[in-house]
Design a protein around this ligand. Structure first.
Ligand SMILES: NC(=O)C[C@H](N)C(=O)O
Length: 320
């Protein structure tokens, strides 16, 4: 629920992250706000040290995957069988290369495997056992399944086994997917998104997060978007690319995000949220869900919020 104005290169670098669209129970609100602020501090420091947008978004998302308050990496929701299956994507706006993994198991940081798919293969997306096999070849250590599961995710899984459970409502019941978009000091743009997906999803379900243009898109000529929300709805409208399309038509990051989210609601009844950047350093964090926790770093200022209309700021040097 915020936007930087694009008026020159002093607006670069910039990093914006989200911790999922939905509704955060009161008792988790401080921890998710602390989580997204820490992720921005981590990624923004890389950008300030002349690091790349790609390094910054992967570092920010890795930190969020390691934080049990989010539905990604540790803390992921469980599928119908009670297993963790995760999706992640990265995209490099310099040449539109991308890497993604879907339905991967027993990995602490799927976003890092998505980056390896981009850097080390000729493919854009690896799925399931093939993705895990590739992780082994790359020397990425597997972690015990149990180490990714929290008491909260197991409790939620059990609740959702009830025949009348509404999985999409459950998705909106706690914070979800994590994502980041950035423009570095060179003007290069990248995005990264990672998720455990939809609670109690069918085994093998591939969500928006693994699909280019849906769960993320980055193009140096236009900008980048990282969405969150009901994956099937996001895929139907190809949300990330739709936002960039509106930006190509001259819309600001904020107007483009609002138009695309409104279209998704009207057309397929889906709610969600998104973080967006443009090449000049304009940015937005917008959502049609009740809440979306987000944070941004720009000009040594850390911006953050959770409820609609909320926009707090502090210095990026403030450790809290
Ligand atoms: N919380 C989320 O954003 C879920 C994710 N978009 C999915 O459906 O897989």
């Amino acid at each position: 629920m915020a936007h930087g104005r694009s008026n020159g290169s002093d607006m670069l670098p910039v990093l914006v992250v989200h911790g999922g669209a939905g509704h955060v129970p009161e008792e988790y609100q401080q921890s998710v706000l602390a989580g997204v602020r820490a992720a921005v501090r981590e990624g923004y420091a890389i950008l300030q040290g002349q690091g790349s947008a790609m390094d910054a978004v992967v570092a920010a998302v890795t930190l969020l995957e390691n934080n049990p308050s989010f539905n990604a990496g540790l803390g992921s929701v469980l599928n119908a069988k009670g297993d963790v299956e995760m999706d992640a994507i990265v995209m490099d706006g310099r040449d539109l290369t991308s890497g993604a993994v879907s339905a991967v198991k027993r990995l602490a940081n799927p976003v890092q495997l998505a980056r390896l798919v981009m850097d080390k293969t000729i493919h854009l997306c690896l799925t399931g056992e093939g993705a895990n096999q590739f992780a082994r070849e790359m020397g990425v250590p597997e972690v015990p399944e149990e180490s990714l599961i929290t008491d909260y995710s197991r409790m939620r899984w059990k609740k959702n086994l009830a025949p009348d459970a509404n999985l999409v409502e459950s998705l909106m019941g706690k914070m979800g997917t994590v994502g980041a978009v950035a423009v570095d000091a060179m003007g290069n743009i990248a995005c990264a998104t990672s998720t455990g997906g939809l609670p109690n999803k069918m085994e093998g379900r591939v969500g928006d997060t693994a699909c280019i243009g849906c769960g993320g898109y980055a193009d140096n000529k236009v900008g980048a978007a990282s969405p969150t929300g009901h994956g099937e709805a996001i895929m139907k409208v190809v949300l990330a690319r739709l936002i960039l399309f509106h930006m190509e038509q001259g819309c600001s990051t904020e107007v483009a995000a609002d138009k695309a989210l409104a279209y998704m609601k009207e057309r397929v009844g889906g709610v969600g949220g998104v973080v967006v950047v443009d090449p000049q350093g304009g940015w937005s964090a917008r959502f049609s869900s009740r809440q979306m926790v987000w944070a941004a770093g720009q000009q040594n200022t850390l911006h953050f919020g959770l409820h609609a209309g909320e926009h707090f700021t502090q210095s990026t040097d403030d450790p809290n």
